[in-house]
Design a protein around this ligand. Structure first.
Ligand code: HEC
Ligand code: HEC
Length: 245
């Protein structure tokens, strides 16, 4: 970062009315950051490959309607998004809809290997692209709900998300460097999980961390929270599939 730019940051934060939100990769250790960029050292690539195979599989493959998976470029950067029926969908929810309504198959299920694989393969098509979620119109009430959740003190520790991810970003907690708490790297392969997991699974870990109620993946609470996280990440790059300790 140049000196001039650093000088501008407090002003930008003031103008945006928010904290200084930085790409998650800037908080990763050099080893993890490099491995995240290197398919040969990133176990998440097994899911990407499986997702690409699933894209072409079955009687009515995803590809039969959508063409090559490269046609999904930029899609992950626009999710979560409000569907035509007014429901807020994350990328997983959108895929499940195609699975049941367009493919006529049983849903994969949240945190299933197949859903994580397809989500990872689709998200990869947007890697490096800036987050560009819609936050106005039908998305606005969902955004406000997510913002309220983010700002509310929770659990036995009585901490809001922002007290860690804004006020203490960059500091260490139990061996982790606290990032700005964005969803840009999900789904991610987490070494502690020994597998791929969704953003909502990670959010459950943060809820547990403050001894607050954990919501199921796909719940309204985490969907609206995800939208708010994406609004904070607007303009920052998609990093999925991420690699985490
Ligand atoms: C029979 C055709 C059909 C099949 C098969 C199908 N889709 Fe879709 N898909 C659609 C249509 C149509 C839309 C636009 C939204 C709508 O009308 O439901 C869509 C939208 C999407 C979107 C959102 C795109 C955007 O720009 O927001 C994603 C992601 C997606 N599909 C993924 C998949 C995946 C993954 C599969 C396979 C598991 C699949 N689709 C199978 C027809 C299909
Ligand atoms: C006690 C501090 C603390 C609180 C409160 C907290 N988190 Fe976290 N969170 C962490 C730590 C530590 C990590 C792991 C390091 C990192 O990625 O920031 C983490 C990780 C995350 C990540 C994953 C980032 C990545 O790229 O892997 C997201 C997203 C996140 N938190 C969102 C939230 C949200 C939303 C809330 C409120 C419901 C919340 N956190 C509450 C400490 C906290």
């Amino acid at each position: 970062m140049t000196g001039a730019w650093r000088g501008l940051l407090p002003l930008t934060a003031l103008l945006l009315g928010g904290a200084d939100v930085r790409p998650t990769q800037e908080y990763l250790s050099p080893e993890i950051r490099e491995a995240q960029e290197d398919p040969s050292r990133h176990p998440g690539w097994l899911w990407v490959e499986e997702g690409e195979a699933l894209w072409r599989a079955g009687e009515k493959p995803c590809a039969s309607c959508h063409g090559g998976i490269a046609g999904m470029t930029g899609v992950a950067a626009r999710y979560p998004a409000v569907a035509s029926d007014g429901e807020l969908l994350d990328l997983e929810g959108r895929i499940e809809r195609c699975r049941t309504q367009h493919q006529g198959e049983a849903s994969f299920g949240r945190e299933s290997e197949a859903l994580l694989a397809l989500t990872a393969a689709i998200a990869l098509q947007s890697r490096g692209m800036p987050v560009a979620v819609a936050t106005d119109g039908p998305a606005a009430p969902f955004l406000e709900e997510g913002r309220r959740f983010y700002q509310t003190r929770q659990g036995q520790l009585n901490l809001s998300c922002g007290q860690c991810h804004d006020d203490n970003a960059g500091r260490r907690l139990r061996g982790d460097v606290i990032s700005n708490g964005l969803g840009t790297g999900y789904p991610a392969y987490r070494l502690e999980w020994n597998t791929m997991g969704s953003l909502h699974r990670r959010l459950r870990a943060c809820s547990l961390g403050v001894r607050a109620e954990q919501f199921p993946p796909g719940s309204r609470e985490y969907l609206t929270l995800e939208l708010f996280l994406a609004s904070r990440a607007k303009g920052l790059p998609i990093e999925a599939p991420g690699l985490r300790r």
